[in-house]
Design a protein around this ligand. Structure first.
Ligand code: ADP
Ligand code: MG
Length: 750
């Protein structure tokens, strides 16, 4: 019995034989060896043979090879794939299908072509997705579309069907029925019947699950499908699992190989989920490795000055504060005191809802620094806030320390004086905006930097503080926007966290109500009435000037208020375009009660503290973000009086309605934060589309918190043992961190 061994190309099987002859053929196709065994009569074509068994392995493909090195992927397509984050073969293997479906065995477009070629009268039934469509008005007006499935494409055209352009749109899944003509390899169906694809009619619970990949401009779904299917057997054996065995066992994870196979060729839903969990772990671990690495970098940066604490400090602080600390404030101060007493720079995030009393905690920290004779800095996100803090801190500390104000709009002379003071090394307090960072204030000598409302204080700014030559300042970052734990662990994972989860006593909860936009006049009238009763109020609008969307705006509202509900009421207007002096004066007049109402844009979002204000009316409330609404509402409810927040809107979108519902439903900032994350997704919440979180394919936040905790624990263990990940068993992890390309910039907070 002849046995062909060697490397004959496919199609050159051994010569024909008569009779039923068993045969064995081994083929060496490139690097892969296939072994055929079978039984046939006349082998003319490989299909004529009954192949009993095919064993062997296909040629391996390099997972790291660039997709552009594959045949059929030119520069244009490579670029489009890159836009999807697909650069290498491994990227393709890790690409997440959009969904999986169980389809009955429909004829593919390719099969239909054969049918049409053989019998032009055959009525074909095709299922697929509209890839392109256009109305053609020149010549005989018609509507043309391209139908595609995973096997190929068909041209569709409807003469006189221009009206179809609003019905048959790209991305639509349709069922097409009609006769076809072939022009070369192109199949054309003229005036076919069509209907929107009925999922149920083509779903068969017994059929295997097939992945469906997301279609993108220039990348038809079948392209990814075909590529992945043809590559998977060659690539998977060559893939190296980045996770050490111990890690996989510890967290009960599939191997990378299993996960990739189950992702693209799942037997059932359970396999999809275990594959997803493994690949999600990879993503989260990559992020956590970067975070753990950064924490390690902070600990080993230039040391900070040890600012030890003693009892005198407590007395000192209590003497300054007109109230007793809440338990939460005392705990946070305890955390901070411990940090400050160590030579390792503090790197702490203080989270506390609006009104929870963060300033007092900051004051404790500042005092500890100043008492050691070292300058300290307090940074606020806006000039308004910087000025307010400057005022508060001056009144408390100016008998012992000099408190400087450093904002962008201060005069050069004033700023120079402050810089001189800093250079002279006085134990002075510098309060300001980010101008504090950019000006050469000699902040490297500061013992402590406190950053209030850190939204705009990202990883990069934090790193700026660590470029000090001799000492690194201790850093306290404060935020009133509660951060969901998942984000705290990733985006802010390099910071230790203290939480103020207790409001100072004597607050009456804020009542929040929603009103339809057509009741706006009633809401504004109410402001007039409440003010007559001695209260103060805010009216917030989304815009300064009228715009396309017709949002409530200052320009239209102010005259209306003057002529109507606030005719006899002294009120002020503040917005971001006012010059500082006017704004300051207005704010001061409101604080002192000379102005009874403040009409404003979101410039009052953070920090503004006027305890007598007990009513807020937010117009066009659906225009604001969830966190923003919560922040705005936090401007009332700061005194003993019962406060009310009225959200006036006629939401144009579901999300707008959901935001209003959330704010009406709770005053708990953490609940709001979770809802915000759910509505907007992590990329938007951290204010940076490109953040590592925004690019997660498999991990869901919220949802995968448990997995996140596990990945964090794993990263801590690995980085703890091998900070640079240089050990041989960590080579895969180092690559993993790199694959997801999540350096500091990627986690940047905008
Ligand atoms: P936030 O956390 O929003 O920055 P603030 O520090 O501005 O809050 O404090 C809000 C208000 O609560 C301020 O008027 C402050 O004086 C007051 N406050 C802070 N802590 C306490 C406390 N322990 N007891 C009573 N009032 C307090
Ligand atoms: Mg504050």
């Amino acid at each position: 019995m002849p046995t062909g061994v060697g490397s004959p190309p496919v199609g050159h099987l051994p010569p024909d034989r008569d009779g039923a002859t068993a045969f064995q053929v081994s083929l060496d196709i490139r690097a892969g060896v296939f072994h055929f065994e079978g039984f046939g009569r006349r082998i003319v074509h490989d299909e004529d043979a009954t192949l009993g068994a095919i064993t062997g392995s296909p040629p391996a493909a390099d997972p790291n090879a660039a997709l552009s090195s594959l045949s059929g992927i030119g520069a244009v397509r490579a670029e489009r794939l890159a836009a999807l984050g697909l650069r290498t073969v491994e990227d393709l293997m890790r690409h997440r299908p959009l969904r999986w479906e169980r389809q009955v065995d429909l004829d593919t477009i390719e099969d239909a072509k054969a049918t049409a070629a053989a019998d032009p009268k055959a009525v074909l039934v095709l299922h697929g997705e509209i890839e392109r469509a256009r109305a053609v008005r020149t010549g005989r007006p018609r509507f043309e579309a391209v139908l595609s499935d995973e096997s190929g494409t068909a041209q569709l055209r409807w003469f006189g069907g221009v009206w179809l352009q609003n019905k048959i749109v790209p991305g639509l899944r349709v069922r097409i029925e009609g006769k076809a003509t072939m022009q070369g390899r192109t199949m054309i169906l003229t005036n076919p019947g069509w209907s929107v694809h009925d999922e149920a009619a083509t779903t068969d619970p017994a059929a295997p699950l097939r992945p469906v990949y997301p279609a993108t401009e220039g990348i038809p779904p079948r392209f990814l499908h075909d590529r992945i299917r043809s590559l998977i057997n060659k690539v998977v054996p060559a893939m190296v699992d980045p996770l050490p065995d111990a890690t996989r066992q510890r967290w009960n994870l599939l191997t990378l190989q299993q996960a990739i196979r189950q992702l693209h060729q799942p037997a059932d839903e359970a396999e999809i989920e275990t594959a997803r969990r493994r690949l999600a772990f990879d993503e989260l671990l990559a992020l956590q490795l970067v975070v753990a690495r950064r924490r390690y970098g902070i600990r080993t940066a230039k040391p900070a000055t040890e600012l030890s604490t003693n009892d005198a400090l407590d007395t000192d602080l209590q003497a300054l504060l007109p109230f007793a600390l809440t338990g939460a404030q005392a705990r946070a101060i305890g955390d901070i005191r411990q940090d400050l007493g160590r030579p390792v720079p503090m790197h702490r995030l203080l989270q506390g809802d609006v009104g929870s009393g963060k300033t007092a905690v900051a004051l404790a920290a500042l005092l500890q620094c100043l008492r050691h004779g070292l300058p300290a800095a307090f940074m606020a996100p806006t000039e308004l806030l910087a000025e307010q803090h400057h005022r508060t801190l001056t009144s408390l500390l100016s008998d012992r320390f000099t408190v400087h104000l450093c904002t962008g709009s201060r005069s050069v002379a004033e700023r120079r004086a402050a810089a001189d003071a800093a250079a002279a090394g006085h134990a002075d307090l510098f309060v300001g905006t980010q101008a504090l960072l950019s000006e050469h204030l000699g902040l490297q000598d500061a013992g402590l930097v406190v950053v209030d409302e850190q939204h705009r204080f990202g990883v990069r700014q934090r790193a700026l503080l660590r470029r000090a030559e001799v000492r690194t300042p201790h850093l306290l970052v404060m935020t009133a926007t509660p951060i969901p734990r998942s984000l705290a662990l990733t985006h802010y994972g390099d910071l230790d966290v203290s939480i103020l989860d207790e409001l100072p006593p004597g607050r009456t909860p804020i009542r929040t109500v929603a009103m339809h936009a057509n009741k706006m006049d009633a809401a504004l009238a109410r402001v007039g009435e409440r003010v007559q009763e001695g209260e103060q109020a805010y009216i917030v609008v989304p815009a300064i000037e009228p715009g396309e969307r017709g949002d409530p705006n200052l320009e239209e509202l102010v005259p209306r208020l003057q002529q109507g509900p606030l005719a006899d009421v002294p009120f002020g207007v503040v917005h971001g375009r006012l010059d500082q002096v006017t704004r300051d004066d207005t704010m001061a007049a409101f604080r002192e009660g000379n102005l009874r109402v403040l009409v404003a844009t979101t410039v009052i979002e953070v920090g503004v503290d006027v305890p007598n204000a007990s009513l807020m009316v937010i117009l066009g409330a659906d225009r604001f973000g969830l966190a923003q609404l919560h922040q705005l509402r936090g401007r009332v409810g700061r005194g003993a009086a019962a406060s009310t927040c009225v959200l006036v809107a006629d939401p144009a979108t579901e999300d707008g309605q959901a935001r209003i519902d959330a704010v009406v439903g709770t005053t708990d900032g953490f609940v709001i934060a979770e809802e915000d994350l759910r509505l907007r997704g992590p990329g938007e919440v951290v204010g940076e589309r490109q953040s590592g979180l925004a690019r997660l394919q498999f991990a869901h936040l919220p949802g995968d918190e448990a997995l996140l905790e596990q990945s964090r624990e794993e990263a801590a263990t690995r980085i703890g043992a091998d900070p640079e990940l240089t050990a041989p068993e960590h080579a895969g992890l180092a690559q993993l961190a790199q694959r997801f390309d999540t350096p500091a910039e990627a986690l940047e907070g905008g």
